[in-house]
Design a protein around this ligand. Structure first.
Ligand code: PEP
Length: 256
């Protein structure tokens, strides 16, 4: 069995139609290893445009479009929210769930994140579930406790077997957008912990799930990070806004 590698771009609240065009033309001649998927997650207003332009440009079929968030509710009086059905309608296949900025700024709880994962799966979307500890939590030795507490509500909500259709992104909060990357050894150690945590409940699921690393990944450090045994690609913020850098990062990913 080869585990799929994924490189996902999180544009956050950045980018515009010009970036959509630059990215689509920049990725026209991308070389990807087999067992690699690329997911680009722009802001909501550009989802449809990006999906259409990727199709029109006949880009590598391993390149997909993802959303940065989704509502846990099906429909109704939730002003400003976007439903899974709306994403399905736009032929979106992935959704980032529980990014640390959603957890810290918008106060999303792990229970709510679990409901979002459930809603995404019910709609046939692949959730990229983000987990990660803060700097203080790392310093006080609480990393594993924090990660377990973020994962367990999702396991309770969907059951471990459904993790066959989930991607996990480990993103130490102190490494996001700061230029401070976790060392490859530290990232590997934490990824190994996450895989072992899942393996306690189901070894096959744990062996198959893609575990992405996120936190200041760039063209210079991606190769070493992706070479680690339990790192199956990355969730990329800042460096995903530059087509040339992003391309190098995508090309460094390999299925394991
Ligand atoms: C992110 O937004 O998930 C992220 C990892 O950002 P950056 O790569 O800029 O640290």
């Amino acid at each position: 069995m080869t585990r799929q590698a994924i490189v996902a771009a999180n544009w956050k609240m950045n980018g515009d139609s010009a970036l959509v065009d630059t990215m689509v033309s920049g990725l026209a001649d991308i070389k990807l290893s087999s067992h690699v998927d690329v997911v680009i997650c722009p802001s909501f207003p550009y989802l449809s445009e990006l999906a259409q332009k990727i199709k029109a440009a006949n880009l590598n079929e391993a390149i997909h479009v993802g959303s940065q968030n989704v509502s846990e509710h099906e429909s109704g009086a939730y002003t400003g929210e976007i439903s899974t059905a709306m994403l399905q309608n736009l032929a979106i296949s992935y959704v980032i769930v529980g990014h640390s900025e959603r957890r810290s700024i918008y106060k999303e709880t792990s229970t709510q994140v679990a409901k979002k994962v459930h809603a995404a799966l019910n709609a046939g979307l692949t959730p990229i579930l983000c987990i990660g500890e803060s700097e203080t939590e790392r310093a006080s030795g609480a990393t594993e406790t924090v990660l377990s507490a973020q994962l367990q509500p999702v396991i309770d909500e969907i059951g471990i077997e459904k993790f066959n259709d989930v991607v996990i992104a480990y993103e130490p909060v102190w490494a996001i957008g700061t230029g401070k990357t976790a060392s490859s050894a530290m990232a590997q150690e934490t990824h190994q912990f996450i895989r072992q945590f899942l393996a306690q409940q189901n070894e096959q699921v744990a062996a198959k799930i893609p575990l992405l690393y996120g936190g200041s990944v760039n063209a210079a450090n991606c190769e070493e990070l992706f070479a680690q045994a339990d790192i199956d690609g990355g969730l990329i913020g800042g460096a995903s806004l530059k087509a040339e850098q992003f391309k190098i990062i995508c090309s460094a990913a390999k299925g394991k």
